[in-house]
Design a protein around this ligand. Structure first.
Ligand code: SAM
Ligand code: SF4
Length: 312
């Protein structure tokens, strides 16, 4: 369906949990987040039903995210349920990759078509520092497991962090040159812990690699070809290159709140609703989607939650 600004809403980002097995410094506090009572987050059935009603309103693509979706009990059932819903054409999942060695094959069998794996550094010591508890080799094993399970078109999400990974931009571009991967450099958004970390504009990628050739836009990314390369580079610039005018997405948090815009505090509670009542609540959220965010003016996101609590 169309929102109040005549944008067609076809994409749902669904958070399966706000918990995570990593503690990335720009996303999570060192102590993590308190585990809630089971009743505090949506059940697998509730998440499925919300998605069913969103699909009835025109959602075609669903991305399952978190927190870390692979720590959610029942994640495979959720993926399978969503892939089987009428109207849903594509189920994708964003993960830090740590648990992919165990989950890649079951995810594929459950109907997940593509993965985005987040990886901000290719250096083991930096990875351990940034994630506080993670090991790079587990993510690399995860990427291999994804390939072995038959996933293609995997995207690597790299958040640009000043003073941390700017010197690795050529290494990531080189990776996209050698493998059929899309490496997506993402500008840090001033949400939660991210507001304390120094921003590096995506133009740093073009400065480091002027040979990249523009290849159009896809979703929120501007894409570039690498001359002679296998893969692609994508730049996601929520601050410096607003894509609000062609935004096609809504979000649902693990505690059942519809967020029409990532950067707005507006939330529509969906729990306890079913059938036409649930559909009507989703419809009202789509209609109320704001025309754009105001981060450029205010210097901060109005999200009112951390990234892991929204579904990045
Ligand atoms: N745990 C999964 C992962 O890391 O891929 C899924 C959730 S995570 C919140 C989704 C994406 O949001 C990751 O690529 C992460 O790097 C990104 N992210 C987290 N905080 C961010 C911020 N403040 N600005 C930009 N991206 C952020
Ligand atoms: Fe976890 Fe993803 Fe946040 Fe890192 S970015 S702490 S992996 S939710």
């Amino acid at each position: 369906m169309l929102d109040g600004c005549a944008r067609e809403i076809t994409y749902l980002r669904l958070s399966a949990t706000d918990l995570c097995n990593l503690r990335c410094r720009y996303c999570m506090p060192a102590e993590g987040v308190a585990k809630r009572e089971h009743s505090g987050i949506c059940s697998i059935e509730e998440l499925t039903e919300i998605t069913r009603q969103a699909a009835a309103l025109g959602v075609r693509k669903v991305r399952i995210t978190g927190g870390e979706p692979l720590v959610r009990r029942g994640i495979i059932t959720l993926c399978r349920n969503i892939a089987a819903l009428d109207g849903v054409e594509e189920v994708c999942l964003t993960t830090n990759g740590m648990a992919l060695p165990r989950f890649a094959a079951p995810l594929r069998e459950a109907g997940v078509s593509r993965l985005n794996v987040s990886l901000d550094t290719l250096r083991p010591d930096r990875f351990a520092h940034m994630t506080r508890v993670g090991r790079l080799d587990h993510v690399l094993d995860g990427l291999r497991a994804a390939k072995a399970a038959g996933f293609t078109g995997t995207k690597l999400n790299v958040v640009l962090l000043k003073g941390f990974n700017e010197d690795e931009i050529p290494d990531f571009v080189d990776l996209a040159c050698r493998y059929p991967l899309e490496v997506r450099f993402i500008e840090l958004m001033p949400i939660g812990e991210g507001a304390q970390v120094e921003f590096l504009p995506a133009s740093a990628v073009l400065d480091a690699y002027p040979a990249l050739e523009e290849a159009g836009e896809s979703g929120s990314a501007r894409r570039y070809r690498i001359p002679g390369g296998e893969g692609m580079v994508g730049l996601i610039e929520p601050l410096s290159h607003r894509f609000c005018h062609r935004c096609d997405r809504i979000r649902v948090t693990a505690d059942g709140k519809l967020k029409p815009c990532l950067h707005s505090g507006q939330e529509i509670p969906l729990r306890g609703l079913a059938g036409e009542g649930l559909r009507e609540a989703i419809r009202s959220g789509i209609t109320a989607k704001p025309p754009r965010h105001y981060m450029a003016e205010t210097g901060r996101s109005g999200a009112g939650r951390r990234m892991n609590q929204i579904g990045g």
